[in-house]
Design a protein around this ligand. Structure first.
Ligand code: PRP
Length: 209
């Protein structure tokens, strides 16, 4: 069996559709129920839905052989995995955002609210800027509004969340998209099967770009 971790949610459903189009279908996945894993014994495939930020852990530890995960998670946690393919989906940008009229006084430590402490720290280290990280788990946009932070480092997709909260992008750190990743030893032991998936998905990506 090839174990495949998919990120639960709308993006994961789109990712699965690419697997399906590439010939790696698992019809049971379309059943309306709360089941988290689905098998196609004939094709030797087992899919499971996991929280998007957990995909890399499943793959790193070998509970999944391959998985689809945002580059943001790979940059933040630096898991020991192989990155095989850019699926060219879930495109967004990791950005610094702040109130529209924010002015950065470089004499002061910058207060940065984020779910991505490692990415934020690395970015400001590269600029030689002192920061104080305020780690949050969600609704990051509230932090500058309530004076909890000066800026945020967060994902911007359409920009709607920033706009509707009177914030604006100040700097772009890195573009993000969904990647196909593999467990390192699975890549040796299940090489033929994994490479067949990579070829199939690469064709799908190409056909859509
Ligand atoms: C992400 C991100 C922003 C929003 C950006 O949040 O943290 O809040 O999406 O998308 P937009 O530019 O299209 O508005 P998510 O929905 O993952 O929820 P969160 O608040 O739990 O981080």
């Amino acid at each position: 069996m090839l174990n495949i971790a998919l990120p639960k949610g709308r993006l994961g459903e789109k990712v699965y559709a690419r697997f399906e189009a590439a010939g790696f279908a698992c019809p049971a996945i379309h059943e309306e129920n709360r089941k988290l894993f689905f098998e196609n014994e004939a094709l030797g495939l087992r899919y499971f839905w996991v929280k998007p930020s957990d995909v890399a852990i499943y793959v790193e530890r070998g509970a999944a052989d391959i998985g689809a995960v945002g580059k943001d998670i790979l940059l933040e946690y630096e898991p020991e995995i192989y990155e095989l393919l850019d699926l060219n989906m879930g495109k967004c940008r990791m950005c610094v955002a702040a109130k529209k009229d924010f002015y950065d006084d470089r004499r002061k430590t910058l207060r940065v609210a984020t779910k991505f402490s490692h990415i934020a720290q690395g970015y400001y280290n590269s600029l030689g800027r002192d920061i104080d990280i305020i780690p949050l788990n969600g609704s990051i946009e509230l932090a500058p509004i309530l004076g909890l932070s000066d800026v945020i480092v967060d994902i911007v997709e359409t920009g709607t969340t920033l706009r509707e909260n009177d914030l604006a992008v100040k700097e772009e750190i890195v573009p993000i998209s969904t990647r196909l990743i593999a467990n390192k030893s699975s890549f040796e032991f299940k090489k033929a099967q994994i490479e067949a998936v990579v070829r199939g998905l690469a064709q799908q990506v190409e056909a859509r770009t």
